[in-house]
Ligand binder design. Structure first.
Ligand SMILES: Cc1ncc(COP(=O)(O)O)c(C=O)c1O
Length: 490
C-alpha cells in the first residue's frame, strides 16, 4: 500500500520579498540620488533645525502597516525626519564630539548589508573576517599600539569602555570583585562610570581623582587614593586615563599613570576614544605619549577617523585576555569550531550575530590612505589653535587653556550681571544664527562654551564663522540689541 501523502506538493510560496533586478536598480538609484543631493547641499543647510520636529516625530507613531507603501513616499518621510535634527554631518557642527560620515563608509555598509555574510565566526567567512582583522590591525599600527595585541570593532566608545572594563575584571578578579576599586578623573567620560555599574561594581567604588589646572588627572592624587584604599583593605584594580577628555581635550599623564599601575599592580585602561587618532599627525607620539602602555585602549573611528556613528574599537595588549573574558561553548555551535587560524569575533567580544563592521573601516582607509587622515587631523589641531588665538584676543573672552587637542573651551566675563546667564545667552544666540552649532559644559559651577573641531567637513571658513558668531553674540547680549542678520552659508 502506498502512503497517500507521499506525493503531496509542498505548500505554496509566499509573495516574494525579493525585488527584481530592475526594481533593485530603480530603488537604489532613488536612494543614492537623494543621499548625494543631501550631502552636496550640507554646507548650505542650517546647523540645526528642530522647528516642528515634534509634529514630524509624532507622525511616526502609528500602527505597523499591513500593506506596504511606495519607496518614494517613504523616502520623503525619511527626508522630512532628517531635516528636523542637529546637522551632525554638516561643517558647522562643533558640538560635543562630532562624528564623521565619510561617504565610502556608507558604500561599505551598503555592500556588506547587501551580501549579508556572517563574520562572527572565522570559518563562516574567513576572508571577510580577515578584512575586519586587517582593519583592526591597521588601527593598532596607526596609533602605535604594540604588535600582537588583539582587538574588536564595537558600536562606539561607550561599548568599548564597558567591554574593556569587563575584560579587565574577568582577567584580574574573576568572580571575586567585592573589594575592587576603579580610579577615574573628574573629567573621565561618564560612560566609564556607567560601564562600572553595568559590570556589577557599586557606584561608590569608582573614585574620581582630582585634576590639575589644565584638567589632567593628578598623579599625586591618584597615588594617595590608591594607598588609602589599600590601607582600608580594599583592592585597587583599575585606573582609567583619558587621552583627550570630552570636556576640553585634556590629555592625562599616561606614562606616569602607567608607572603607578605597575607599582600597585593595576590594569591600565586608556580611553582614547576622542584623542587616539591624533597619534597620526607628525609628533603624534609626543603629543599623546604612553598609549602603548595601556592594557586596554579605546579608539573611536567614528570620531578621529571621520567614520559614521556606530564605529568603535577596543584593543587589548594581552592577546588572550579578550578570549578569556568572552569564549563560551554551546552544542548548537559545535560545527563552527575551528583551529586557531584567525579570530572568531564571537569568541573575543560579547556579540554573536551582528553586521560586518570591518568593511566600513577598511574601505575608507584603503581608498584614501593614511596620509589623507594625517593631513585632516593636523588641520583640526591647527584650526583649534587658530580659534584659540582669535578668541583670546576677543575683548571680554577668556580661554580656559590653550588647546591640548582640537577642543577650545572659553567663556566671557561680563562687565555686569551673572556670568553663567551671560554665556548661556551667547550660546543660545550663536546657535540661533544656525550657521554653526555649539555645546557647553560646566566646571566647578561655571558655564563654559566650547568648540570641538573634528568633522572632516569643518575647515577654516566654518571656524572663522564660529568666531565671528561668538563675537557678534557677545556684543548683542551685552548691548541687548540684535545686529544686522548674518548671511547664511551656502
Ligand atoms: C573620551 C570619550 N570616551 C567615550 C565616549 C563615548 O563614546 P560613544 O559616544 O561612541 O559611545 C566619548 C564620546 O564622546 C568620549 O569623548
Amino acid at each position: 500500500m502506498s502512503d497517500p501523502t507521499w506525493n503531496a506538493p509542498p505548500p505554496p510560496d509566499a509573495p516574494s520579498l525579493d525585488l527584481s533586478a530592475d526594481a533593485m536598480r530603480a530603488a537604489t538609484e532613488l536612494c543614492t540620488r537623494w543621499a548625494i543631493d543631501h550631502i552636496a547641499s550640507l554646507h548650505a543647510q542650517p546647523s540645526w533645525d528642530l522647528d516642528g520636529a515634534g509634529e514630524v516625530a509624532a507622525g511616526f507613531r502609528e500602527p505597523p502597516p499591513e500593506h506596504g507603501a511606495p519607496l518614494e513616499t517613504l523616502l520623503q518621510r525619511f527626508a522630512g525626519a532628517v531635516e528636523k535634527s542637529f546637522n551632525t554631518a554638516g561643517p558647522g557642527y562643533l558640538a560635543y564630539i562630532p562624528g564623521g560620515g565619510l561617504y565610502p563608509a556608507a558604500l561599505a555598509d551598503y555592500l556588506s548589508l547587501a551580501v549579508n555574510r556572517y563574520v562572527g565566526v572565522w570559518n563562516a567567512a574567513p576572508a571577510l573576517a580577515a578584512i575586519e582583522s586587517a582593519a583592526i590591525e591597521w588601527l593598532r599600527s596607526l596609533v602605535g599600539y604594540p604588535a600582537g595585541a588583539r582587538g574588536i570593532l564595537t558600536s562606539g566608545g561607550s561599548m568599548s569602555n564597558w567591554i574593556g572594563l569587563v575584560t579587565a575584571r574577568r582577567n584580574r578578579l574573576d568572580d571575586d570583585f567585592a573589594r575592587a576599586v576603579i580610579y577615574v578623573s573628574e573629567d573621565t567620560h561618564h560612560s566609564m562610570h556607567k560601564a562600572a555599574v553595568l559590570a556589577g561594581f557599586p557606584a561608590g567604588r569608582v573614585r574620581e581623582v582630582g585634576v590639575d589646572a589644565r584638567r589632567r588627572m593628578r598623579v599625586d592624587a591618584l597615588a594617595t587614593a590608591i594607598r588609602a584604599d589599600r590601607a582600608a583593605g580594599l583592592q585597587p584594580f583599575l585606573a582609567v586615563a583619558s587621552a583627550g577628555t570630552t570636556n576640553t581635550g585634556a590629555i592625562d599623564p599616561v606614562p606616569a599613570i602607567a608607572d603607578l599601575c605597575v607599582q600597585y599592580d593595576l590594569w591600565l585602561h586608556v580611553d582614547a576614544a576622542y584623542g587616539g587618532f591624533f597619534r597620526l599627525v607628525p609628533a603624534g607620539e609626543t603629543l599623546l605619549p604612553g598609549l602603548e602602555r595601556a592594557d586596554s585602549l579605546v579608539l573611536d573611528p567614528h570620531k578621529g577617523l571621520f567614520l559614521p556613528y556606530g564605529t568603535g574599537c577596543l584593543l587589548v595588549r594581552d592577546p588572550e585576555a579578550l578570549r578569556r573574558a568572552h569564549a563560551f561553548r554551546a552544542g548548537y555551535l559545535q560545527d563552527l569550531e575551528h583551529p586557531e587560524e584567525g579570530d572568531s569575533f564571537a569568541d573575543i567580544s560579547p556579540e554573536l550575530s551582528r553586521e560586518f563592521r570591518g568593511l566600513r573601516v577598511w574601505l575608507p582607509l584603503a581608498l584614501f590612505g593614511a596620509a589623507a587622515f594625517r593631513a585632516n587631523l593636523a588641520e583640526k589641531l591647527a584650526l583649534a589653535r587658530w580659534a584659540y588665538e582669535e578668541l583670546r584676543r576677543t575683548p571680554g573672552c577668556e580661554c580656559l587653556d590653550e588647546p591640548q587637542l582640537s577642543v577650545v573651551a572659553f567663556r566671557f566675563v561680563p562687565r555686569r550681571g551673572d556670568a553663567n546667564t551671560f554665556n548661556r545667552r551667547i550660546q543660545q544666540r550663536v546657535n540661533g544664527y544656525r550657521r554653526v552649532y555649539l555645546s557647553s559644559t560646566t566646571f566647578d559651577g561655571a558655564f563654559v562654551l566650547r568648540f570641538c573641531i573634528l568633522s572632516f567637513r569643518t575647515h577654516g571658513r566654518e571656524v572663522a564663522m564660529a568666531v565671528e558668531d561668538v563675537r557678534r553674540a557677545a556684543r548683542e547680549v551685552a548691548d541687548g540689541e540684535p545686529l544686522e542678520p548674518l548671511p547664511r552659508p551656502g
